[in-house]
Ligand binder design. Sequence first.
Ligand SMILES: C[S@@+](CC[C@H](N)C(=O)[O-])C[C@H]1O[C@@H](n2cnc3c(N)ncnc32)[C@H](O)[C@@H]1O
Length: 408
Amino acid sequence: MEKFELDKTLAEEIRARALGDGFMKLVQSVRRNGKTFRISLRPVLIGGAARYQAEMNDEGQVRVKNFDAAGAAEGLEEIIAQKGARDLHLMTASGDLHVRVTRKGHVLVSRSAEMDRAVKVQPHDHVKKLPLTSFDSSALLRVIGLADGEGRVRASMRGKYDQVNEFLKVVEDVLKDRADRKLHVVVCGCGKAYLTLALYFYLVQALGYSDVRVVGVDRRADVVRAASEMARQLDVADKVAFLARDLADLGNAEDLGAGFAPDMVISLHACDTATDEALARGVEWGCRYVVSAPCCQHELQKAIGPQSDAAFAGVLRHGILRERLCDILTDAFRAMILRILGYRTQVVEFVSPDATARNVLLRAEACARSGQAGAVSDYLNLRDYWHVTPWLQTRLADRLDPFLKRFG
Ligand SMILES: C[S@@+](CC[C@H](N)C(=O)[O-])C[C@H]1O[C@@H](n2cnc3c(N)ncnc32)[C@H](O)[C@@H]1O
C-alpha cells in the first residue's frame, strides 16, 4: 500500500474547518480489503453541553462515541493520518470540502462555492416534529433496528416507531413542569429496548436533561444481552443498563444499581400482570411518575362470566365483548388504585386504534393526598358490583388495606 500523507496545508484546512465555528459534519469512507469502513464526526448538544459525536460504521456494524473538544481533535488527527484510498467530505456552514485519495495516492480536492448555511430556512412551522425527528436520532434508530442502513424507518418497524414516538410525547408532557434536570427511569418489561434507548437519547439530546439514568428490566436473558450490546454500541452503557430479572423478584430500588433513585417507572405492553407489577413497583419505589401502556389482560376474564351479572348477561355471553369489558374494568381498577394511593391519574389513548388495539395508556403523578374518601368509595363501589378482587389490590394490600378498611 502506498504510504501517503495529506499535504500540510490541506490537513490544516481540515483541522480549521472541523474544529472551528460553523462545523456541521465530516464523513470519511475508507475501502480496505474489499470492505468499506465509514466514520463520521459531528457536533452535538448533550445535556446542554457541546460535544462531538463519532459514528463508526464497519460493514453495517454501527458504533457511536461522544467526545469533548480535545478528544475530537485527537480523533481528527487519526482521520487526517488515515492511509490508503479514501473519500473525505467535510460540511461547514460556509461550504463543502471534498478530498478523494485514489488507490495510487493521487489527491483530488474540490470545494463547493461559498455558502451561508448558518441562515437556516425553517420548514413549514405548522409541521409538528416527532420526538425522534427533533434531534439527530439516525445512529440510535440504526442500532436499535428501527431504521435500515440508509437511515430510513423500516416498513416492518413503522408501528413500533410510532408507538415509541407517541410514548415519548406523553413522557414529555408528564414532565413539563419539572425543573430538576435529573431523571432516573425504570422500564419494566423492556423487551428489545426500543423505548428504553430512545427515551434516554430524547431526554438528553432533545429535552436537555443532564443527569439521566435508565434501567431496563426484562426476564428474558437473550433480549437483555442484545439490549446491553446496543447500549455499548451507542456508547451509553454507563447510563443505560439492563437487568435480566423477573419484576416480581426485584427488591428495593438498590437492586437497580448503586445510587439509582427512580423518579419514573414506565412500561409499554408488558404482558398481563407484568403491567400491575410495574405499577406496584412505581408505588413501592416512591416514584413520582408512572406511565404505562398495558398489554393483554386475562385475570378478570376468569372471574367475570355470564353468571356474574344478570343485567350484563347479553354482553358477557359474547367472548369478544366480555374480553373488552374486562380490559376496561382492569384498567379502571388500576387507575382507581393509583388514585387512592395519591397519584393524579389519567387514562388516555396514546396511539390510534388502527395501529394497535392496545392503545390505552395510564399516566400518573404522585401529587395528591392518599386515601381520599371519594377515591376509595368509587373503587369499592365498582369492585363490589363485580364481586372481584383485582390483582393489583392483592399486590399492594399492605398500602391499600388501611384505606379500604376505613371506608369499606
Ligand atoms: C410484549 S413485550 C414488549 C416489549 C417492549 N416493551 C416493547 O414494547 O417493545 C413484553 C416484554 O415483557 C417481558 N415480561 C413479561 N413479564 C415480565 C416479568 N414479570 N418480569 C420481567 N419482564 C417481563 C417479556 O419478557 C417481554 O420482553
